[in-house]
Design a protein around this ligand. Structure first.
Ligand SMILES: Nc1nc2c(c(=O)[nH]1)N[C@@H](CN(C=O)c1ccc(C(=O)N[C@@H](CCC(=O)O)C(=O)O)cc1)CN2
Ligand code: MG
Length: 285
């Protein structure tokens, strides 16, 4: 058996063309959506992701606002940029690219953001709204995963999902999305303290691999016919490597590969959050 591909790149392209129509409609009504990015330091991965975000904006007609600081930037300097974007009327929504360089307190920075402009859905108020089932911008990678599964009609109702990794952008929030009544999955969150990862993974209908450990998910911990989403990215001398070992393609029914699976969906969901923030702005006029 060879797994079928959950094609995030193609799905993201479809979503972007849908968003371009909504952006046009907003502009016709006098709202010009704009995405801001705050990038601190010189991590090549972060620079590449932020460049990608602005390329995506240009594709769908969203304006770009870019703020860059050196890795010597102080907490106060980063917070000053956040305050500035909170007040900037051309900025509909913005993100602070993570991780921040060592020594900076990302939680304090996130907390300072205007929750209504939080395009990443990572502000504590928005994560709280998600817990309470209230309307809020959703974290981009978890939202992208759920959207990808829906667009491929992968059944979630009653599905056993094993999430591997407890990071703040994926592992922690994704269970909140998948266990909503609209998705109705059962989620187990595994991490480095999990006693028996094999047992949890083997039981799962769907595995979300977001640990950042190259090749961690081998074929022997995947149930035949399972759906496996690779969210991990490890930079090696040979290039980028995901958390899912290539042999899993012989065991799973569906795989969202890295590259080309969840990553492009993360980018498309960021644009979606910006468009939705602009639509809320229009509705409240
Ligand atoms: N503020 C945030 N910081 C980070 C987030 C986030 O959602 N908000 N997520 C990641 C980085 N990230 C976006 O910021 C991101 C990572 C990977 C991809 C992607 O498209 N990956 C490609 C493969 C990698 C490549 O080609 O370089 C793929 O999977 O096809 C997009 C966005 C951490 N920080
Ligand atoms: Mg279990």
């Amino acid at each position: 058996m060879k797994a079928q591909k959950l094609d995030g790149k193609a799905t993201a392209a479809t979503i972007k063309s849908e968003l371009a129509v909504r952006v046009e409609a907003l502009k016709a009504q006098g709202i010009n959506p704009g995405l801001g990015t705050v990038l601190v330091g010189d991590d090549p991965g972060s620079h590449s992701y932020v460049r990608g975000k602005h390329r995506d904006c240009a594709e769908v007609g969203i304006a770009s606002i870019q703020r860059e600081l050196p890795d010597t930037a102080t907490q106060e300097e980063v917070e000053a940029v956040v305050r500035e974007l909170n007040e900037d009327p051309t900025c509909t929504g913005y993100i602070v690219q993570l991780p921040l360089p060592r020594g900076l307190d990302a939680n304090r920075v996130l907390e300072l953001m205007d929750p209504d402009k939080d395009a990443d859905g990572l502000h504590p108020t928005n994560l709280g709204r998600l817990v309470l089932g209230q309307d809020a911008p959703l974290p981009c990678t978890p939202r992208g995963i759920v959207e990808l599964l829906h667009r491929y009609d992968i059944p979630l109702n009653g599905a056993d999902v094993c999430v591997i990794g407890r990071g703040v952008t994926v592992g922690r929030p994704i269970g909140l999305l998948l266990t909503r009544r609209t998705e109705n999955a059962t989620v187990t969150l595994c991490h480095t303290g999990t006693k028996d990862l094999t047992r949890h993974a083997l039981e799962a209908d769907i595995i979300v691999a977001a640990a950042g450990v190259a090749g961690l998910v081998s074929a022997d911990i995947v149930k035949p016919g399972a759906v496996v989403l690779d969210v991990g990215i490890t930079r090696t001398e040979q290039g980028l490597v995901g958390d899912v070992h290539p042999e899993v393609l012989e065991k799973a029914a569906w795989v969202a590969p890295m590259p080309g699976g969840v990553g492009p969906m993360t980018r498309a969901m960021l644009l979606t959050n910006v468009v939705e923030a602009a639509e809320r702005q229009l509705a409240s006029r």
